[in-house]
Design a protein around this ligand. Structure first.
Ligand SMILES: Cc1ncc(COP(=O)(O)O)c(C=O)c1O
Length: 384
């Protein structure tokens, strides 16, 4: 049996996602529990942060309790507030919008480019107005958004770029194009710590403020480095740092990052090649990352019409395969309508969301499971 492979019974339901278990995580956890340091910023936090700097190339990395919290930190660090607007894609996870709404600023939702599922730079350009304070982007499935266009738009308008890289850990260039970027280590992600995240800081001027914000508004980080005699409350903050228990799990997974990626890409590659002919014959569009660049975080297909989405998911479920849709466009959601606006209906996002189905994908997924997903997919006959 290969490392990471799971023992299964033949007709077990194939889950959409299964958290990775690394070889060293129990040992790491035991080491934390045996030590006197299970609160944040211990040796495993230092090690995981340094591995993340190496993997992403980011200037500085601060572990956080989630990507949602790291996103909260981005808008606070940039001083965004009441009367301001932030441009973001409608097809993304709500946390990017939460980070804007909680400051009192308004979300301006724009459409995506269906080739990558990520924000369309032409729409960003059109949405920029006098109240715009930042552009927040997301790399869907770790397929890079159009960074050359987005960075030049941001530069020309003097606007900071925020990257939500929850899906794209390890894809070259992702996490370093923005002033600030975030990673997620929720257990549905390629690398996880149960719940967790990281803030990537590429403008060193923001590091000190970020450290303070993450440590309850105190300069405790400077105190722990011996830079000051006492720490005190210096600015608004919260408690955004994870415990060493989470960092210990994260560090063990980051140590196996290449192996995790190899296992995930193997599943992705089988879907891509073995479903191509079926998809072509039925007008189904398979995920086709430009330049072949992606993080093997997810594999999706776009059905020819909206009515087939539920039918397809139900048909896979009947064959023991758990497949799922993805984001409901934020501009159509109750909170999106309360906290945001759009320039026009966002047809690409709605169409993408209503045609998209994701297939199960996890590191160590047995070959027999991948074959069952492929067979179940190929057997789909739409009701007409
Ligand atoms: C693109 C994206 N950003 C942010 C998040 C939130 O991550 P977390 O659960 O770490 O807060 C998710 C969660 O799935 C996500 O898909």
């Amino acid at each position: 049996m290969e490392r990471g492979e799971v023992v299964v019974t033949e007709r077990e339901l194939i889950p959409f996602s299964r958290p990775y278990r690394s070889a060293k995580e129990l040992g790491n956890l035991a080491a934390v529990l045996a030590s006197d340091h299970s609160h944040g910023d211990g040796p495993f936090t230092a090690s995981a942060s340094s591995r993340l700097r190496e993997i992403t190339g980011a200037g500085q990395v601060l572990l956080t309790t989630s990507a949602t919290h790291a996103l909260e930190m981005t808008t606070s660090l940039l001083g965004i507030g009441v009367g301001d607007e932030v441009i973001l894609p409608s097809f993304t996870f709500p946390s990017a919008a939460d980070a804007v709404a909680r400051t009192g600023a308004r979300c301006v939702f724009v459409d995506i480019d269906q080739a990558t599922g990520s924000i369309d730079p032409a729409q960003v350009l059109e949405a920029i107005g006098p109240a715009t304070r930042a552009i927040s982007i997301m790399h869907y499935g770790g397929m890079p958004a159009d960074l050359p266009s987005l960075t030049s738009i941001a530069r020309d308008h003097g606007l900071p770029l925020i990257e939500d890289n929850a899906h794209g850990l390890g894809v070259p260039g992702l996490g370093t194009a923005g002033v600030l970027a975030v990673q997620s280590f929720h257990d549905t992600k390629n690398v996880h710590s149960g719940e967790g995240g990281a803030l990537l800081i590429n403008d060193f001027a923001l590091v000190e403020r970020a450290e303070i914000m993450r440590e309850k508004g105190t300069n405790r980080s400077q105190f722990l480095r011996g830079q000051i005699d006492k720490y005190s409350w210096v600015e608004w903050g919260s408690s955004y740092l994870p415990s060493e228990l989470n960092a210990a799990v994260l560090d063990s997974q980051l140590a196996e990052f290449d192996e995790i990626q190899r296992l995930r890409h193997a599943v992705w590659n089988r879907y891509s090649s073995e479903l191509a002919e079926w998809a072509d014959a039925r007008g189904v569009v398979l995920m086709d990352p430009p330049g072949g660049i992606h993080a093997a975080h997810l594999f999706y297909l776009l059905l020819p019409d909206w009515s087939m989405q539920t039918e397809f998911i139900d048909s896979l479920r009947a064959q023991g395969v758990q497949a799922t849709f993805h984001y409901v466009p934020l501009d159509t959601s109750a909170a999106g309508q309360r906290y945001g606006r759009t320039l026009r209906p966002l047809g690409q996002s709605e169409d993408f969301s209503r045609r998209l189905v994701r297939l199960p994908l996890w590191a160590g997924m047995p070959e027999s499971f991948v074959s069952r997903v492929i067979d179940a997919t190929r057997s789909f006959v739409p009701l007409r």
